[in-house]
Design a protein around this ligand. Structure first.
Ligand SMILES: [Zn+2]
Length: 359
């Protein structure tokens, strides 16, 4: 498990451990981090430069063979599989490891150079792969694969992701969060066929930190947009006082929600919601209801049983600001294609309206 949070980036393992020291991916040259398991007859134990096709991940130690291949690569115009998501130049392509076995194997071999897995993950037929692709609008005929995640076709633990990697040259751009967000959407927990799940455990140290941040933002975003039933979260940073809500019922001084409620709304496992709430540092012991003053709008969250805590909106907002969190989810529902396309677009598309959109 790896991700692209700059704070949690892995250090390359020592040179002697790595069979391939550098890779050339398209016109990019960069260092590897870990040992991969390329066949030794094709890639010697002491390879300084491995040339990897940026479209299909075929590899060669020979620069001329590589150059010849890139002129003929069958995937130079389009990635394999089907496009399931597209937004702002970024797209996600789903491919079945069974139908694209060689591609999936070559992608896995390449990915292993940057993943510290001890286990082998080359049972490609049991997995779907989701490629993160960028297409520059100024150059629509050329595309770049920036990373991917894999997902077991049949996961008994409802894992929505097995392995994730943003390739090193494309890290520090929040793309890991985009992939994680897509993985949650594609787990389809909102639909009858879907189950609430999370990434495959155990997580690596890097994976744990990256997911902790992703979950914190996901829960913070949910709380800010829905936790206090605010129409406009920015506006709601102002104490609510006596401002009357649109609906006929008077707004309560606080909302009571359970950790399970948050999990159901965000598609997150209870344990991951708790991790996020702890990480946000917004949980305070609940004040007795009688003494509560409604100066701040606050949410009371029950973790089940008697454990009730209070979350103040202002504290969540402060966290969001200090962590430069965008209020709107980077993964847009309207960006999903085909079977993942939203079925109730009318409701979803209201999310982007601005303050003048009242009439
Ligand atoms: Zn190729």
């Amino acid at each position: 498990m790896a991700a692209d949070d700059p704070a949690t980036r892995a250090q390359p393992s020592s040179t002697t451990e790595r069979n391939v020291k550098h890779v050339v991916l398209g016109d990019l040259l960069f260092q590897t981090w870990y040992q991969s398991i390329y066949p030794e007859d094709l890639v010697s134990k002491d390879t300084d430069r491995l040339y990897v096709c940026r479209w299909c991940f075929r590899y060669s130690c020979d620069e001329h063979a590589y150059a010849k291949h890139t002129r003929l690569c069958p995937h130079r115009k389009s990635p394999p599989g089907v496009k399931v998501y597209e937004q702002g130049g970024y797209s996600v392509w789903e491919l079945d490891g069974e139908h694209h076995k060689l591609y999936a194997q070559n992608l896995s071999l390449f990915a292993k150079l940057f993943l510290d897995h001890k286990s082998v993950f080359f049972d490609v037929v049991s997995f779907f792969y989701y490629l993160l692709v960028f297409t520059d609008p100024a150059d629509p005929d050329s595309y770049h694969v920036l990373g991917f995640f894999s997902k077991e076709k049949l996961s008994w633990d409802a894992n929505n992701l097995a392995c994730i990697l943003v390739f090193p040259p494309y890290q520090h751009k929040q793309l890991g969060k985009l992939l994680m967000g897509v993985s949650y959407k594609i787990s389809a927990w909102e639909r009858d066929s879907g189950l609430i799940g999370g990434p495959e455990r155990p997580l690596s140290e890097m994976g744990r930190k990256s997911y902790a941040r992703f979950w914190e933002e996901r829960v913070a975003r949910h709380l800010l947009l829905h936790g206090w039933k605010a129409e406009d979260a920015e506006e709601a940073a102002v104490p609510q006082k006596s401002k009357s809500p649109k609906g006929p019922k008077k707004r309560p001084a606080h909302e009571l929600m359970t950790v399970q409620d948050i999990g159901l709304a965000t598609g997150m496992l209870t344990e991951d919601v708790i991790t996020a709430l702890r990480g946000l540092g917004v949980v305070q012991p609940a004040t007795p209801a009688k003494k509560r003053k409604s100066k701040d709008s606050s949410g009371a969250t029950s973790a089940g049983g008697d454990s009730i805590v209070t979350i103040r909106k202002t504290t969540v907002l402060e966290w969001a600001k200090s962590h430069h969190m965008a209020l709107w989810d980077p993964v847009k529902d309207e960006g999903f294609h085909g079977k993942w396309a939203p079925t109730d677009l009318d409701e979803e598309s209201n999310g982007g309206s601005n303050e003048s959109g009242d009439g």
